[in-house]
Design a protein around this ligand. Sequence first.
Ligand SMILES: [Zn+2]
Length: 370
Amino acid sequence: MDNKRIIDEFLELVKIDSHSKKEGKIANILTKKLEEIGFEVFVDDAGEKLGGETGNIIATLKGDKEGKKLLFSSHMDTVVPGEGVNPIVDYENGIIKSDGTTILGSDDKAGIVAILNGLRMIKENNISHSDIQVVFSICEEGGLNGAKNLDYSKINADYGFVLDSGGSPGEVVVKAPAQDAIKVTIKGKPAHAGLQPENGISAVMVASKAISNMNLLRIDEETTANIGIINGGSATNIVMPEIEIKAEARSLCEKKLENQTKHMIEVFENTAKEFGAEVIIDVNRAYSPFNIDEDDEIINIAKKAFNSMGVETKITSTGGGSDTNILNKNGIKSVILGVGMKKAHTLDEYISIKDLVDSCTMVYELIKSV
Ligand SMILES: [Zn+2]
């Protein structure tokens, strides 16, 4: 592996601003890089649907042999504050970090660099391979909306590897939860809080009683629930007429998720009834779960690759959603792979140079393993 080329490309990519919906510049650069490797690049219309600068990149490299077709994916967008990143290579500690005023963007540009360099190695060493596809998605942060609007008619891969997790290469995430986004509006009745409070119905009192009677946070080892945002009220002398609550529930098991969401809805509805308030509840399945069998062929491919690297395969699960949930829902059996991004979504984000380089080797070895 050419460490200098890898590090230089990582620095180049993290310096390109690419907040969600603003991935136009990086998409152009990545298109050129993929074409140089030999890919045919297609950009779908997800950007038009989402009001962004570009769609998802879907690229295909024809193989010279039959075999399972692999797809590698990373997202191009970053969270805020991710503009004007000034990366610092700390050779003493073997890491790359930001200057502390922004995120670094190794989430998920480490994945992109790994895919590009793994593929270059395949080409440079004339390794025989089956068809390979690459998806660089938009708008992963804040709702997986790029993957949700991906043009799946352009994808014919058998297995997907999404490079978007914090473990070192060797980590394979085979399970992720489903999530329900739950929006609740409680409508009480306003009244002057000093003159006729008894004529009012306090929306916040309905909400607080409901929430205190609700099973929340850690429900069981597979299930969680949280009240995240509450908004209501405009003056202390008015009995609060309306409150809006945003909550979520997640579970690795779809049935348990349904039960938890149902429980939360019932408590809100029953409490509202008790107070004579109105309640409007909107539940949106943000993403479905996935659960890949540990003896599945995709896991064997990963194990074979990590064995060649002399790295132990670590099978894990996650509590978060990623593009992988959406790929699986659309019939592409996929897992998430660790690329070593640390403290993602914070100003302290960093990645070790070793993990970055090993991630490139990982892609190379995965392709050689089919
Ligand atoms: Zn990510």
